[in-house]
Design a protein around this ligand. Sequence first.
Ligand code: MG
Length: 382
Amino acid sequence: MKRLSILGATGSIGQNALDIVRMHPDRFQVTALTAAFNIEGLARQIHEFKPEIVAVMDKEGALALSRLLEGNHRPEILFGEQGYIEAASYQNSDLALLAMVGAAGLKPALAAIESKKQVALANKETLVMAGDIVMAKALENGVILMPVDSEHSAIFQCLQGNRPKDVQKLILTASGGPFRQKPLHEFKAISLEEALHHPTWTMGKKITIDSATLMNKGLEVIEAFHLFRVAPEEIEVVVHPESIVHSMVGFKDGTVMAQLGQPDMKGAISYALSFPERLDLRMAFPDFSRLGALTFEKPDMEKFPSLSFAFEACRQKGTLPAVLNAANETAVYAFLEKRIGFQDIFRLISRTMETHTRIDNPDLSSIIEADSWAREKAESLI
Ligand code: MG
């Protein structure tokens, strides 16, 4: 029986993970759950999975949850950053699935690593902001970071049985988002509703906008750079609208290995939870004869400058990736609130990155400082 802490339980990854637990109740037990603001959703999950501890964003949320649970199973209720840290490193869990959104995922991730949990990492910001620190901590504690993102899971799977030194290239696939075929001169008029409509994947709002700007892929480039310890030049992004090839690895003998499957995040989540075993997910294979063709194209860096921002952040390192991430988060939430237009997201990120004075080999507090600086800077540019 594997005991799970699931952080970000009410989000799309958390819900999919709980679906997997539902399918395999003999293998998993949920001991800790966290959510941010979806208190009612969390209450339903508590009712069903009976965790021992839970955490929410703030005290009001904790009180509201406590009222909702009256007369029912009542776990210990924590709140705030400390609550998330305790859930991530909870003594009665074996594995922490880190699926909370944004920079708030960093400290819980470090706590899970330091307490030597198995870690299934879905929170991109953890590696984007502090990849060097997180990877060093993982190495020091003998923790394997199991990627939950479909691209990194694909690469991780393709690497099994191969030697890292034989790897020459990581090829990350991107769906291209909803604006792949939209001409650049129409970008000015892109509405929030259009941007929220993703062609192949169903995800939360922040990541859906990141997919429309291709910043999601940019963040994944930085993630891959840390997870698999390759040079920025060894990472290639290729647009693959069908989202059937989840990513590929090129070896020095010219062989390319790819991992394929339906565009459903359950595959990557369950692999991270059960590695090295595979669980029966009752999932259909891609229907190749019906698909007919899989297509690939070069990403358009002029329409989607986010990719060049990300490669630049990988090359310069230091506090720059954290700045990129914070500026992007600020810009995306401003776009979601209809305070800025679609292309302003790129403008805000590039201006914030340009004006940042980068610090080399930053410690955690310098990274967090750079993060706050970038949020303020980006906000001032709105
Ligand atoms: Mg992904």
